[in-house]
Design a protein. Structure first.
Length: 175
């Protein structure tokens, strides 16, 4: 059987960001759930790794000087939305910065799995998706960002981020 060197990254699809009553709701986030679910199903069919990147904060996190408290460990808001819940064998990595690579074991995991290409989905296009894509490309991974699988609370900022990913970072493709 030929080895597949691709992985799916799902960023910040947590209740506090996706649900309208969430502490840091991203308008329109619920619209990408169905598309991401399709990516998950396809990855499962192909036997590709599915990796969830989730923020997890302490109640006194210094980040809350700039952003409202969100994704506090142990709360419902920090959990992945039920529609995209991880299954046995999926990996969940908690992070504290905009890039999924910042102070995490993501790069080691991807190297151990011999991953060469990442499909990046989730929130927000202009922060966590952009910085994760940038760091992935700088680490030598090919990157695909399905446009229907990302969202930003600021649509214009999201469009600019996709343009940055496409024109400046030059990933494999933006779908």
């Amino acid at each position: 059987m030929e080895r597949d060197f691709k992985a799916l990254l799902i960023i910040d699809m947590q209740n506090d960001f996706v649900r309208q009553d969430g502490a840091a709701y991203v308008p329109g986030a619920e619209k990408i759930i169905e598309h991401i679910a399709g990516e998950i199903n396809y990855a499962r069919e192909k036997g590709r790794p599915i990796i969830y990147i989730c923020q997890k904060h302490r109640p006194d996190d210094p980040e809350f000087q700039y952003w409202p408290p969100h994704a506090i460990e142990g709360t419902r808001g920090a959990e992945i939305v039920d529609d995209l819940a991880p299954q046995p064998g999926d990996v969940v990595i908690h992070n504290w910065g905009y890039s999924a690579f910042f102070q995490t074991d993501l790069e080691k995991l991807l190297d151990d799995l011999e991953v060469e290409e990442l499909r990046i989905c989730g929130l927000q296009t202009n922060t966590c998706v952009l910085y994760t894509a940038m760091d992935a490309l700088q680490r030598g991974f090919r990157v695909v960002v399905p446009e229907t699988c990302v969202a930003s609370g600021d649509e214009e900022a999201g469009r600019v981020a996709l343009r940055q990913i496409c024109e400046v970072l030059k990933p494999l493709e933006i779908l």
